[in-house]
Ligand binder design. Structure first.
Ligand SMILES: NC(=O)c1ccc[n+]([C@@H]2O[C@H](COP(=O)([O-])OP(=O)(O)OC[C@H]3O[C@@H](n4cnc5c(N)ncnc54)[C@H](OP(=O)(O)O)[C@@H]3O)[C@@H](O)[C@H]2O)c1
Length: 245
């Protein structure tokens, strides 16, 4: 521990990336307020979070859901930065594009409004995805902030099961950056490829499973290995720069 560096709110603490970032933040001396979805029957085992070293004074867990964009206020209050990580990494095609996009954008904008109300949040980091950049329809491997995934290209060329995730992430990233500009809030986005590496969450993360497709013999996922860049979960963490006290 390097001492108290202030409080950071992280949404989606139960997920692969979120739980790993919590572990790192605690190690680096931050206090963390994280959100999980409501569990009225108390069936969920959160010991993978609550047994982390130094957790007693440093980690507070709140209930919030992207379906209720106003539910994040309590978790955000008093934080100096917010890492918005919550989003299901879902490609099962069970929900419509419209429903997924509405929840993702409204939830993210609700979080940004709570950041403004808090008067303490100096930076918001939205965990976006390489998916908002790489399907731009252009023949290039070199891309920067000016590249955006082309929704028409996604609709015409890619598997319909991927549409809700790819398009909702693209619209949400655009919306959070626009909100930041309009309201003078420091909003930055990170765009990881397939996130791989160790994990502490109890569920075998989909992206880690995909990265092991050759080992596991999951032929249907071989294409992912050829087409999507990979990044180690610790490198995602290192990309995130938090405001100094
Ligand atoms: N893993 C990758 O390869 C990858 C690549 C690029 C970008 N990303 C981005 O990184 C972030 C985390 O990904 P991940 O791999 O860690 O996914 P994950 O393991 O599926 O975690 C998703 C998190 O979001 C929460 N969540 C889902 N629906 C929610 C809702 N309606 N309200 C509030 N929270 C909700 C989940 O809570 P429950 O536990 O309750 O479901 C979980 O904590 C996502 O934004 C994803 O787009 C991931």
């Amino acid at each position: 521990m390097e001492g108290d560096k202030g409080t950071v709110c992280l949404t989606g603490g139960t997920g692969f990336v979120g739980s790993w970032l919590i572990k790192r933040l605690l190690q680096e001396g931050y206090s963390v307020r994280t959100t999980v979805r409501a569990d009225p029957e108390n069936k969920r085992d959160l010991t993978f979070l609550t047994s982390l070293p130094g957790v007693a004074e440093k980690l507070k867990i709140f209930s919030a859901d992207l379906n209720d964009p106003n539910s994040f206020d309590a978790a955000i209050e008093g934080s100096k930065a917010v890492l918005h990580v919550a989003t299901p990494l879902s490609f099962d095609g069970k929900e419509s594009l419209e429903a997924v996009t509405e929840r993702s954008t409204s939830g993210a904008l609700g979080i940004l409004k709570a950041c403004l109300r808090s008067k303490t949040v100096k930076r918001v980091v939205y965990t976006s995805s390489a998916a908002t950049v790489i399907y731009n329809g252009q023949e290039t491997d070199m891309m920067d902030e000016s590249f955006w995934t082309d929704v028409d290209f996604v609709m015409q060329k890619l598997n319909p099961k991927t549409h809700p995730y790819l398009i909702s992430k693209t619209f949400t990233e655009r919306a959070v950056l626009e909100f930041g500009t309009q309201h003078g809030l420091d909003v930055v986005t990170v765009n990881p490829g397939l996130v791989v590496g160790p994990f502490i969450c109890p569920r075998f993360p989909d992206s880690v499973r995909s990265s092991l497709a050759l080992v596991l013999g999951n032929r249907s996922e071989y294409g992912i290995l050829l087409n999507i860049p990979m990044v180690h979960v610790d490198d995602v963490g290192s990309t995130i720069v938090l405001p100094t006290p």
